[in-house]
Design a protein. Structure first.
Length: 255
């Protein structure tokens, strides 16, 4: 069995947050660890990764073991994973980008962050309240990220740790479309949001999760045809009024 060499996250539990904490966007890429002494990348299970020289040159002078993820803009996790696992230097690997979110040491997170923050680390913000976590998490979702990571100011651990919490939409509901709202700003003349109704008659708007082409087509091509259709919505949890929080459009339900 391969040795795990990185810290893994538990699902978000507010009772586990210790303020001040730190929030980062949650990426949907492939975990990769840079071992600075060996000058190589490995997977989270310590298996060697064959990656382009451009990624080696961007990390080779950083004197720490680094924790991060490999991404290709516009590609899904499954697509990226297939490319990374390939044993040859296939052309698609040239599009890989390495995003840093931590270094591996037994120091508290803030000390680790201060050592690495000038090296293209993912945006990291200190938070002192749950309202700040909820607000920044919503911004992360609207920005297209998979969710958020909350870090306590604790040492790095080589296990699944309650000092590392992942917050992302994990629930799904089917709702009926009852209205369309035009977008503003760059979405003027396109869909801004769908007004939807839950099975128990709760009404809310969902405006994230669409690509621009979807927004244009839904608003401009037979827009009334979408009324009374059903859509799948991802969300984090329900508000005190029973409304899905942080809703994200997943797709129209197939008839």
């Amino acid at each position: 069995m391969s040795k795990q060499i990185c810290m893994l996250a538990h699902l978000y539990d507010p009772k586990r947050v210790i303020f001040p904490a730190y929030i980062q966007p949650k990426l949907d890429g492939v975990r990769a660890i840079w071992l600075h002494k060996e000058k190589k990348f490995v997977s989270r299970n310590n298996k060697p990764l064959v990656l382009p020289n451009k990624l080696l040159s961007s990390t080779i002078n950083i004197p720490y073991d680094i924790d991060g993820e490999l991404l290709i803009p516009g590609k899904s996790f499954n697509e990226i994973s297939g490319i990374v696992r390939h044993l040859d230097q296939i052309p698609e690997k040239l599009y890989l980008e390495y995003t840093i979110f931590d270094i591996i040491s037994n120091e508290p997170f803030l000390q680790r962050y201060n050592k690495i923050h000038s090296n293209s680390i993912i945006p990291t913000i200190e938070v002192d309240t749950f309202d700040q976590i909820n607000s920044l998490h919503n911004i992360n979702l609207l920005s297209g990220y998979e969710g958020s990571i909350i870090r306590n100011n604790a040492p790095y651990e080589f296990k699944r740790s309650f000092n590392l919490l992942k917050l992302k939409p994990t629930k799904e509901i089917e709702c009926k479309v009852i209205g369309l709202i035009e977008g503003t700003g760059k979405y003027e003349g396109m869909l801004g949001a769908l007004t939807v109704e839950t099975p128990d008659k709760k009404i809310f708007n969902v405006g994230s999760g669409f690509i621009d082409m979807q927004r244009y087509m839904i608003w401009n091509v037979k827009s009334t045809d979408h009324i009374d259709k059903f859509v799948k919505i991802k969300y984090q949890d329900l508000s005190e009024y029973g409304i899905p929080r942080f809703p994200i459009f997943k797709g129209f339900k197939e008839c």
